[in-house]
Design a protein around this ligand. Structure first.
Ligand code: CMC
Length: 424
């Protein structure tokens, strides 16, 4: 392949270096183009813009491939633990037995929140969305664990991973007016979270291994997804030199939106709406197709996957398995399956390659696990944490890293004179 592409503008030709990735992905390096030609490239929603070189995650959207550091998502979901996958994403290699034990210990022993941090929860309204609490509390961690020396970074990474699940569980307890439950050191990451969510002082609670396994898989499936909206946000904020907590708190906010991680909450609300509407599925499919109606089928479509979302394929199976193992009969699963069938046969969805995405089935599993709908996006955030951290680290360690600062094409007024208030 030529190592330069040519672009011509106003009769002048410009050479654009070609960058080829390890999976033969091709990029044209336009970083010098403006300096040479005076023109920028315009790409609404960054749909065709590569913002960095990255060795963390590979996606082939046409073939439905997702790999973390080269390992297929199917293998990791079936055989790994979330803490192993987190280590892999953040450090580049799977941990040895000793590294794994040390890392798990770190995630365990840093799980407690500083007692003073508990007081912040008193100030939140009990109806607060847990994503708001998560973002605020992660930002607040920077006041307790500032990054003063280089060594603090690794410690803060472990603290963030370990404490985020405690914050998430406390946010839930706050919403139902129950006392906070402290973490237990003998439990795994997933089991510890479930213990903090569901233990009550009045009776004993043993974590069901079915729930622990299901949560492990869910967290792994969400752990990274290259330059998605929230990860790009973390990188954007981090590129200014902002600390880990500030950057990740911004990622939480980006994830909250219904077009991104917030879709898992929206899917369940949509399925409940269909159920309450006597199961009239076609009405909702028709609404989603109607360009005058803002309604969309949540849990369908993806910017990158144009064939199928491999995470959704795993989750569809996982969903049936978990519901069977728990003996849960959820009518929403039947509605979801019918909706998927109708949509996949409908020309509108077929033509636009709109398939179920990761958010379509995850909510049904969370429901079966007893996790309330408002907590679904928080679950996504807990899973995505190692990915955000890995990207923040990669950016930080890149000697060629620059502040992220896109350009624009201005479409406002040209220069005009100020008119004093009295004359307007
Ligand atoms: N329902 C109905 N129509 C849709 C949907 C949908 N869920 N998704 C896309 N379309 C249509 C869209 O109207 C457009 O049609 P046309 O070409 O006629 O204008 C076409 O499909 C392309 O859509 P787009 O909005 O240009 O695609 P995008 O890449 O900008 O957006 C998306 C991707 C995921 C935001 C979008 O598919 C969507 O809004 N889906 C519903 C929300 C959702 O499930 N989000 C979770 C994504 S997966 C988890 C994550 O990583 O965030």
């Amino acid at each position: 392949m030529d190592n330069a592409a040519k672009m011509s503008l106003n009769g002048q030709e410009f050479e654009l270096p070609v960058v080829v990735g390890t999976e033969n992905e091709i990029g044209l390096d336009i970083s010098r183009f403006r300096g040479e030609s005076g023109a920028i490239t315009l790409d609404s929603g960054y749909a065709n813009t590569g913002s960095c070189l990255s060795s963390i995650c590979f996606i082939d959207g046409e073939k439905g491939i997702l790999r973390y550091r080269g390992y297929p998502i199917e293998q990791l979901a079936q055989r790994a633990t979330f803490s192993e996958v987190s280590y892999l994403l953040m450090n580049g290699e799977l941990p040895t037995a000793t590294e794994n034990a040390q890392f798990r210990d770190g995630l365990t022993y840093h799980s407690m929140l500083h007692e003073d941090m508990k007081k912040f929860f008193e100030g939140f309204r009990h109806t607060s969305h847990p994503m708001a609490i998560l973002s605020a509390m992660i930002s607040t961690m920077s006041t307790y664990y500032p990054e003063v020396e280089e060594d603090d970074i690794e410690r803060n990474i472990i603290r963030l991973m370990a404490k985020a699940k405690t914050v998430a569980a406390f946010a839930y307890k706050k919403s139902i007016g129950h006392p906070f439950v402290y973490p237990k050191n003998e439990l795994s990451y997933s089991a510890n979270f479930l213990h903090m969510m569901f233990s009550v002082p009045t009776e004993s609670y043993d974590v069901d291994p079915i729930l622990e396994d299901a949560l492990n898989v869910l967290l792994i499936l969400h752990a990274d997804h290259e330059q998605n909206c929230s990860t790009s946000t973390v990188r954007m904020v981090g590129s200014s030199g902002a600390n880990l907590y500030a950057s990740v708190a911004a990622g939480v906010s980006a994830l909250w939106g219904p077009l991104h991680g917030g879709a898992n909450q929206k899917v369940i609300e949509m399925l409940e709406q269909i159920r309450d509407d006597e199961g009239d599925l076609q009405k909702y499919v028709d609404r989603a197709k109607d360009k005058d109606d803002p309604f969309r089928l949540f849990g369908f479509g993806h910017r990158v996957y144009k064939n199928f979302d491999p995470r959704a394929t795993i989750l569809r199976e996982q969903c049936k398995k978990v519901l069977d193992r728990l003996g849960v009969d959820d009518p929403l699963l039947g509605i979801a399956q019918q909706l998927e069938k109708i949509a996949l046969e409908d020309e509108y969805f077929v033509k636009r390659n709109l398939y179920p995405n990761v958010d379509f089935y995850s909510g049904i599993i969370y429901r079966a696990m007893g996790i309330p709908t408002k907590m679904f996006t928080v679950m996504f955030a807990l899973g995505r944490l190692p990915g955000w951290i890995a990207h923040w680290k990669e950016l930080r360690e890149d000697p060629k890293g620059r502040i992220n600062r896109p350009r624009q094409i201005y479409t406002g007024y040209q220069e005009r004179d100020y008119v004093p208030l009295a004359e307007r």
